[in-house]
Design a protein around this ligand. Structure first.
Ligand SMILES: C[S@@+](CC[C@H](N)C(=O)[O-])C[C@H]1O[C@@H](n2cnc3c(N)ncnc32)[C@H](O)[C@@H]1O
Length: 228
């Protein structure tokens, strides 16, 4: 499975070098909305100090979490993404590793965070299971929502071979994520909160739970609590 990932865009110099720039340009507004939702999810976890961001890429969100005074660690499969991350965060704690076998003891972190990366991981059940093993309180998940207009556009781009960033990707809705969590964590968790960043042009800068069609889906998973 990992062999398959070697062809992915995060192992290509030309695609990696443009990645962080998108947050200052075409994804500037989305970035703001995503951070607002991530912060809300983090608040549902209670007091947290030590965080791991899996699939941290260039460390965009790891740095942001660290700037809130949290002790943050970033982990990623791609040495090229981590090289970029080092440029932006020379003192950061960054580690190259594969997400389905984490090199940490049980309950090392308060919270484990995934932002737009589970989509790229072939063995999602094992990855979520590993995240739960190394986390004390919970897991925060941010995803490109399958039930959204931007993802429909992405699917068309994939079919036309137009966008290298979406090769080997799988999209999830809240419905899919509930199944993934059940399979990975059995009954030992609750979904503390989920929401989507609402489609900005229609709803304004709000979040939308009743309409799960926003571009970015956030799911906050609390561990050690029973599903109702
Ligand atoms: C779209 S990027 C997201 C980066 C960052 N979280 C962000 O939102 O800016 C997806 C990241 O997942 C990483 N990734 C993919 N498969 C992985 C795996 N099996 N283990 C660890 N990281 C992986 C890629 O290297 C890439 O950096």
């Amino acid at each position: 499975m990992i062999e398959m990932q070697k062809e992915a865009w995060y192992f290509q110099e030309d695609t990696v070098k443009n990645y962080e720039h998108f947050y200052q340009t075409k994804y500037k507004k989305a970035d703001k909305l995503e951070k607002k939702l991530l912060k809300k999810m983090l608040d549902t976890m209670g007091h947290s100090e030590k965080l791991l961001e899996i699939g941290c890429g260039t460390g965009h969100f790891t740095r942001w979490l660290n700037s809130m005074g949290l002790e943050c660690y970033g982990l990623d499969l791609s040495h090229l993404m981590l090289k970029e991350a080092k440029k932006h965060w020379p003192t950061g704690s960054l580690l190259q590793s594969e997400s389905s076998h984490l090199p940490f003891k049980d309950k090392t972190f308060d919270v484990v965070v995934f932002v737009t990366c589970l989509e790229y991981m072939p063995n999602i059940i094992k990855v979520v299971n590993e995240a739960a093993r190394v986390s004390r309180k919970g897991i925060i998940i941010g995803l490109m929502n399958k039930w959204s207009v931007p993802t429909m556009r992405r699917i068309i781009q994939i079919k036309r071979g137009k966008n290298p960033y979406y090769s080997n990707v799988r999209f999830y809705s809240i419905f899919d994520m509930k199944h993934v969590l059940k399979e990975a964590l059995h009954d030992n968790y609750v979904i503390g909160f989920w929401s989507t960043t609402a489609f900005p042009k229609i709803f304004g800068d709000t979040e939308s739970k009743l309409l799960p069609f926003g571009a970015f889906l956030g799911v906050a998973v609390k561990l050690g609590e029973k599903v109702d």
